[in-house]
Design a protein. Structure first.
Length: 96
């Protein structure tokens, strides 16, 4: 859970250091997103396991399907959120 929170907060705190910097915006963001990906990769199967263990025996398949379908719903909603913020003509710094 620490890697998820740290990677997400650090992704929001990356700074433009100039074009001549050795550790510019893209490497900073790549490192933060890499740490975030490791955290999510460790948490995602654990969530399905916990959902399966806590579900009644007749509904385990539904619970596991719900856990795995949330990734798709999250991807869809994140795209819609960005489109909404861009449609509202907000500054790109805020949308980012």
């Amino acid at each position: 859970c620490f890697l998820i929170v740290f990677g997400a907060v650090a992704s929001g705190c990356v700074a433009w250091t100039g074009e001549d910097s050795a550790f510019g915006l893209v490497p900073q963001l790549a490192l933060c997103r890499f740490l975030l990906g490791i955290g999510v990769g460790g948490e995602y199967p654990l969530a399905a396991t916990i959902a399966a263990e806590g579900a009644p025996p007749g509904q385990r398949g539904r619970f596991i399907a719900a856990v795995f379908s949330m990734q798709g719903w999250g991807m869809l909603l994140s795209c819609l959120m960005v489109l909404l913020l861009l449609w509202l003509d907000l500054p790109f710094e805020f949308v980012w």
